[in-house]
Ligand binder design. Structure first.
Ligand SMILES: [Zn+2]
Length: 336
């Protein structure tokens, strides 16, 4: 069910997505890992269906389900076993991305960091491993309550933002709290970090965690004017957040990302009230009322939403090429 390509997937790809895709795609949000990095308990149930080793070989092979053949030319890669054996997962990502050329990829690694990591050791690790950026994550937050309510500082402390500034790193941030980008605490934290650390380049993952697009629609203007802020499209299955970002920041700040391997799960996210809910093909929430429900891969849903945003925004071919490659090429100084 997850991690397989069905006729429905292929049909949706050919009909809706392929006509829009440019020749070159840089995937600005993809995870590499081994199940073993999660420790004896293995990965969480959602990722149990993923291959036991997800390296660049696997990525190159299976990302073609979303991109077709021959288009994927690079990516920004980081670990996934945030609360498992992070050190081994980081080492795996560094080693895999070194083999990028063998796969025809400009493969750039980001280092997964915990809030209590020593800033000087992070700096050393970044330099040694050739990491271009950092990847904090809320599940490692130092907070008393549930981590999905954590303020940014609890999982990405200021000392690490300073390292990112001094080393010129990108930082892929998955905001949390109920209303994500519409949350005043999040807005204030992002603005403060970006203004105080201008050489840090912050990428807000999932369109500012716009799984409910209304949060991004409502909140994105509060960040207008920040020169070192980008957004990625990863795993967002509705168009409204993409549109709001392009309206506010211009198309240059939106980076395509697949969220591989989440992209290869089957289902989609829906906005419900001021919340959101992930529907998976094997979950209890897909109820067949009006004929068969036939979910496709999350990554295809996300690409379809992006094609809708591109159409509604009347983006030119050149602007669409920027979303998929040019913006990342600029950000990471790749060839144009
Ligand atoms: Zn992700």
């Amino acid at each position: 069910m997850h991690w397989q390509l069905t006729e429905d997937d292929q049909d949706l790809f050919e009909r809706t997505i392929a006509p829009l895709l440019p020749e070159r795609i840089f995937d600005a949000h993809a995870h590499l890992y081994r199940h073993a990095h999660y420790g004896p308990g293995g990965p969480p149930p959602l990722f149990a269906a993923t291959p036991a080793e997800v390296g660049l070989g696997r990525f190159t092979q299976d990302i073609s389900w979303l991109h077709g053949q021959g288009r994927t030319v690079g990516g920004l890669f980081f670990g996934l076993a945030f609360t498992g054996d992070r050190a081994s997962n980081n080492a795996f990502v560094a080693a895999e991305t070194l083999t990028g050329r063998d796969h025809g990829l400009a493969a750039l690694p980001q280092l997964v960091v915990a809030p209590d990591d020593d800033p000087d050791q992070v700096r050393e690790r970044v330099r040694q491993g050739g990491f271009v950026g950092l990847k904090p994550y809320h599940t490692m937050a130092t907070t008393d309550g549930p981590t999905w309510q954590a303020p940014l500082e609890a999982y990405f402390p200021e000392a690490l933002a300073r390292v990112a500034h001094e080393e010129g790193l990108t930082v892929t941030v998955h905001l949390v709290r109920d209303r994500a980008l519409a949350d005043p605490l999040n807005q204030a934290a992002v603005r403060r970090y970006c203004e105080r650390y201008p050489a840090m380049r912050m990428i807000l993952a999932h369109a500012g965690r716009g799984f409910n697009p209304w949060h991004t629609i409502e909140g994105v203007s509060a960040l207008a004017g920040l020169a070192n802020l980008w957004f990625d499209t990863s795993a967002v299955t509705e168009a409204g957040g993409f549109e709001a970002i392009v309206d506010t920041f211009g198309h240059e700040r939106l980076l395509y990302g697949s969220d591989f391997p989440v992209s290869h799960l089957r289902g989609r996210c829906v906005a419900i009230g001021s919340s959101f809910h992930w529907l998976y093909a094997d979950g209890p929430t897909v109820v067949e009322r009006h004929g068969a429900v036939r979910p496709v891969l999350v990554g295809l849903e996300s690409l379809r939403a992006l094609t809708l945003a591109c159409r509604r925004l009347r983006l030119t071919d050149a602007q669409i090429e920027d979303l998929f490659y040019g913006n990342a090429a600029q950000l990471f100084s790749l060839g144009r």
